[in-house]
Ligand binder design. Structure first.
Ligand code: AMP
Length: 220
C-alpha cells in the first residue's frame, strides 16, 4: 500500500504520542494529533483555542464538529500519502467522519492499533507525565530526572506538566474514554481493522517494535 492511514487508539497515557514518534521515523507518516493541534490553538490564543480550552481543562471532549473541522482542514490543506491519527477519532461520530474524509483524500485505512493499558497504569503514567513546550517530547518523573520547569534534554525548551494531567482531570478523562471512546474498539474489531497490542509490562522499545510489526503486516 502506498497511501494509507493508521489510527492509534487507547486511553490517555497509553503511549500514543510516544509510539507515534517511532512510526514517523520508520514509515514517514504525518503525525496528526488533535490534542497537539488544540494545545497549539490554546497557546496562540485563537478563537478555536478559546473554545477548546474550557473542555480540555475539565477533561471533557471538545465537541465533535470542532474537532472534525480541524482534521478535515488539515487533510485538505496538503495532500498526504500517509497519515497517523493520534487521539482521533474519539467518538463514533468522529470515526464515521474520518471514513468519509479518508475516501475524499484517498487515504484508505490500513490498521487501527489498540494500545491496551490498565486504569492503574494510566493514573501512574499521567500523574508523572511531563512535556516539552517547544518540541513536544514526552518524559515521566518515574524514569527521567526532570520536573516541571526543567530544561528539555533534547531542545532546551521548558518542561511542564499539562493542566489536564492533574489528578481530578485524569479520572474525568478516564471516565470520558470509557463512555465515549472505548466503543470504538468494537466498532473497528467488527470491521476486521483492529490489532491489539499490550502496551504495558515491557519496555517502550519492545512495545514500539510490536506496533511497527502491526503496521508492516497491514500496509505491506
Ligand atoms: P490528548 O492530548 O489526545 O490527550 O488530548 C487532550 C485533550 O484535547 C482531550 O482531553 C480533549 O479535551 C481534547 N481532544 C483531543 N483530541 C480530541 C478529539 N478527537 N475529540 C475531542 N476532544 C479532543
Amino acid at each position: 500500500m502506498d497511501k494509507y492511514n493508521i489510527i492509534l487508539l487507547g486511553p490517555p497515557g497509553a503511549g500514543k504520542g510516544t509510539h507515534a514518534e517511532a512510526l514517523k521515523r520508520e514509515f514517514g507518516v504525518e503525525h496528526i494529533s488533535t490534542g497537539d493541534m488544540l494545545r497549539a490553538a490554546v497557546a496562540e490564543g485563537t478563537e478555536l483555542g478559546r473554545q477548546a480550552k474550557q473542555y480540555m481543562d475539565a477533561g471533557k471532549l471538545v465537541p465533535d464538529e470542532v474537532v472534525i473541522g480541524i482534521v478535515r482542514e488539515r487533510l485538505s490543506a496538503n495532500r498526504l500519502d500517509r497519515a497517523l491519527f493520534d487521539g482521533f477519532p474519539r467518538t463514533p461520530a468522529q470515526a464515521e467522519a474520518l471514513e468519509e474524509v479518508a475516501v475524499e483524500v484517498l487515504l484508505p485505512a490500513a490498521v487501527v492499533i489498540y494500545l491496551q493499558v490498565s486504569d492503574e497504569e494510566v493514573v501512574l503514567r499521567l500523574s508523572g507525565r511531563l512535556q516539552c513546550r517547544k518540541c513536544g517530547a514526552i518524559y515521566n518523573t518515574r524514569y527521567d530526572q526532570l520536573e516541571s520547569g526543567s530544561q528539555c534534554p533534547s531542545c532546551q525548551g521548558e518542561i511542564y506538566q499539562r493542566d489536564d494531567d492533574q489528578a481530578e482531570a485524569i479520572l474525568q478523562r478516564l471516565r470520558v474514554y470509557r463512555e465515549q471512546t472505548a466503543p470504538l474498539i468494537d466498532y473497528y474489531r467488527k470491521r476486521g481493522q483492529l490489532v491489539e497490542v499490550q502496551a504495558e509490562g515491557s519496555t517502550i522499545e519492545a512495545i514500539s517494535a510490536e506496533v511497527a510489526a502491526a503496521v508492516r503486516g497491514a500496509a505491506g
